[in-house]
Ligand binder design. Sequence first.
Ligand SMILES: [Zn+2]
Length: 105
Amino acid sequence: MGLLFAVVVLLAATVWVVRGWRTRGRRRLAATGPGSTMERAIPVRSFDEIDRIVAARRCGCGRPLRSTGEGARQLGAQRFRLTRLACDDCEEETVIYFDVTELVH
Ligand SMILES: [Zn+2]
């Protein structure tokens, strides 16, 4: 009985630690990963690609993100598009930058 209890506690602790890693990993990705800044903008060739990337992006807490707005930026000859995202669960907000210089019209 004591051993079973120890195993359950160990499993629960493992799940908890792994979940923490995942959350931190996602937050780090959101802060420094592809699309986090204009310098790291994700190059895309179509608006469909933007939609796909936005749909696949998850919040640090693991929930899907909701698009709250869009914007456009220009840096010399480079054109950017940014999508603002918010989480309904923890109210975390992120922005993804896309490099649309090569966008096919
Ligand atoms: Zn969240």
